[in-house]
Design a protein around this ligand. Sequence first.
Ligand code: GUN
Ligand code: FE
Length: 450
Amino acid sequence: GVPAALGGSLRVFKGTFIHSTDTSPLEILEPCILGVNGLGKIVFIETVDKEQELSEKWHFKRENIRELQPRAEFFIPGLIDTHIHASQYPNMGACMDLPLLEWLVKYTFPVEAKFKDLKFAEDTYSKVVRRTLRNGTTTACYFATIHTDSSLKLCEVVDRLGQRAFVGKVCMDLNELFPEYKELLSESVNETERFIAELAGREYPLVKPIVTPRFVLSCSAELMQRLGTFVTHNNLHIQSHISESRKEVEVVKKTFPTCKNYSDIYNRHGLLTDKTIMAHGVYLSDQELELFRKKGAAISHCPNSNFSLCSGLFDARNALNHKVIIGLGTDVSGGYSPSMLNAVRSAIDVTKILSLRSSNYEKLSYQEVFRLATLGGSKALGLDKLIGNFEVGKDFDAVLVKTNVPDSPFDVFPDDPQKDIFQKFLFLGDDRNMIEVYVAGRKVVPFLAP
Ligand code: GUN
Ligand code: FE
């Protein structure tokens, strides 16, 4: 066999790789040869003329190379969903007739309350993780519920099925309109600590905790302060919601009259750091975007949700111009689709609508939106040294796309350039085209576990 130092159980793929880099939103690497070592890391990616040289250095034989079908098959980096409520999965595709604050009370808190039942949690979380994985989501940043044991169940399911994830036990000590679903202040803090301690003890290599104050209106100032102190001492990741709907922003301002703006509230409580990811940010001012940049905090752009709850249109161009880190999120079930390809399409719709409103608006290209779904997401979650594209040293998180599957949702014609094939997949492709999904070099679709 191959010595471990040279990457024992090396796997080699040859064909087309499509990804983004800092300097280029879309690079089509064809034809290329990529090696993954036994630890799931990319150890080389080179043009095919280097094959002979590489096979001598890495001791692989030509017959062991996995050759992709030219044009019909290509690899993209695994998609990164930076904001998804695993616990809202039962409502996905329904309950889309109310604005945010009413939607939370009428539909969302009731469904989340059901996760007190561990069996329900296990069954539902298995569905979510399988659904997202088969749609190419190799990394997800999840909200669970206030229930610690069922949040740990989500971690267990993610680990068993081989996804990479951040998982947050939701913190909320205020809920006047649905008082059955909230915690005591002390409980929220203690259970967050227990969640993190128990997760650390389980040794799930790809599952990390994230501290999750639901949003300003669900948390007392003292809860935010205590969570802020806790994350500072323990250098933890943080996720929440910010500035999603006009009505919400209005109520938040009334609740914290001495704070300059929405971002200032999180910042004053120590919750706006370079490990923070905030969903939505539709109504953030330029001054707030500047604070995000300064703090290194990221925004999860959730366009389907922003349409579905009629929240608003997030101006990703303006945020990028302010050098704020942006990822894409499905925000299930504010968003009705668990698919990151759907998030890409919705984000393209948003940027086009914004361009209709002002004549010199610089739309995001589809290539830039693809970058948000991959490399952007990795930066937003602080994982860009590890994932996001096909660079040597990163983990091999990837989706093998096949265009000529039975009943493919799109057709490829002989004259189609590779770029158009990719674009057809982005706009029309679905899980039928995602024939294999890899996380840290491990093939997780077709599924590992029943
Ligand atoms: N703000 C507070 N909680 C939620 C939630 O569950 N979904 C969305 N979209 N916004 C929120
Ligand atoms: Fe959300």
